[in-house]
Design a protein around this ligand. Structure first.
Ligand SMILES: O=C1N[C@](c2ccsc2)(c2cccc(Nc3ccc(F)cc3)n2)CC(O)=C1Sc1ccccc1Cl
Length: 333
């Protein structure tokens, strides 16, 4: 290509829009599924990958770079040193010790807290204006840990929380109703995983509360069938683990969906782990992170919905808040 004038290569600074940089900490199955989806959806101008294992890390970066002919141009960098994340707009933390079969969650938590003590202060130092998105498990406690260690305002520290639970819930409901999962509104809130709470009043199709639309449809569904769907959200997580040993695609797409809302300032509402003190009767001094429907934009959590919960649902939420707060206090952060 022969230049037509001698200033052809320089991009005038006035035309240079701010570049978006996303860092993914942890190049395991989850981290790489997230990175690949962010690449495919063209959400970032630069992606930095970090992992403790140098060969695995470099291999993953090269393998993604080799897809450049099929993807929007994105600069890919990687290093075991967190300095490579400098100037990130969003830092996604998927790093976590692998749960040893039979290991208690508390023991896994302690190993992951030790890891976060190394990762989070460095991330905060290199990108003091970044949004922090925690995916590592147990995600609600580790989002609290990231908030304490980063010193960031709570609006800029988010956990993937029940975003994945809710997307599985929507998939299962959509299958039962034979409609597109994108047309099923459904929220699971509270603690991610086994104890997440299905908010039935939030489940709607075509703007109609699901119970009515189910009974209206020709298929006879009752509360028992709905409770069965809620239970299968948990069962399906265990089924995937027993079949393939880990989960990656659903969590990858669900976290990339959060990244899109955050980076593109979309003001979309997602059930994510946020500082829930003061909501639904949770004590204002309990600094717990739990999932509630949050309005997300470039500033992070722009607001949290005050949902109408049944007494039963609110009680489950407060019970989770109590357990989580006890776990968090034991960490002495
Ligand atoms: O889809 C998953 N897979 C995981 C997984 C991925 C790799 S190894 C295990 C999973 C699956 C099943 C159970 C479980 N339990 C767990 C609890 C606390 C921890 F710190 C770590 C794992 N975790 C991690 C995880 O959180 C999920 S979502 C999930 C889990 C349980 C119930 C409902 C949902 Cl929506």
């Amino acid at each position: 290509f022969r230049p037509v004038s001698d200033d052809a290569t320089a991009t005038p600074t006035s035309h240079r829009r701010r570049l978006t940089k996303v860092s993914v900490i942890g190049a395991g199955n989850v981290g790489m599924a997230i990175a690949q989806t962010i690449l495919t959806r063209d959400l970032a101008d630069e992606i930095a990958l970090v992992d403790a294992v140098p060969d695995k890390l470099r291999g993953e970066m090269l393998d993604l770079q080799h897809a450049a002919a099929f993807l929007p141009r994105t600069r890919l960098v990687s290093d075991t040193d967190l300095a490579v994340t400098r100037g990130s707009d969003l830092a996604i933390v998927t790093a976590g010790a692998r749960q040893i079969p039979g290991e208690t969650r508390l023991n896994l938590l302690q190993r992951n807290v030790a890891l976060f003590r190394k990762i989070v202060p460095a991330l905060a130092e290199h990108s003091p204006e970044a949004l922090l998105l925690v995916v590592s498990n147990p995600v609600d406690v580790l989002t609290y840990v990231a908030w304490k260690l980063s010193g960031f305002p709570a609006s800029r520290v988010i956990g993937s929380g029940t975003n994945l639970d809710s997307s599985r819930f929507r998939f299962l409901l959509a299958e039962h109703l034979d409609v597109n999962a994108q047309d099923v509104q459904a929220y699971m809130v509270g603690e991610h995983g086994d104890s997440s709470v299905a908010v039935w009043s939030s489940v709607s199709v075509a703007g109609m509360p699901v119970l009515k639309s189910l009974q209206a449809s020709h298929r006879c569904f009752d509360e028992e069938a709905l409770e069965g769907i809620r239970r299968s959200v948990v069962d399906s997580a265990y089924e995937v683990i027993s079949l393939k040993g880990y989960t990656s695609w659903a969590i990858g797409y669900s976290v990339a969906s959060l990244a899109a809302s955050l980076l593109r300032d979309q003001r979309r509402i997602h059930p994510v782990s946020v500082l829930a003190r003061g909501f639904h009767g949770i004590a204002p001094e309990n600094d717990v992170f739990l999932s509630l429907p949050a309005r997300l934009g470039r500033g992070g959590v722009l607001g949290v919905a005050e949902m109408e919960l049944t007494e039963e649902e609110a009680k489950k939420l407060r019970r989770s808040a109590k357990t989580l707060w006890e776990n968090c206090q034991q960490l002495g952060l």
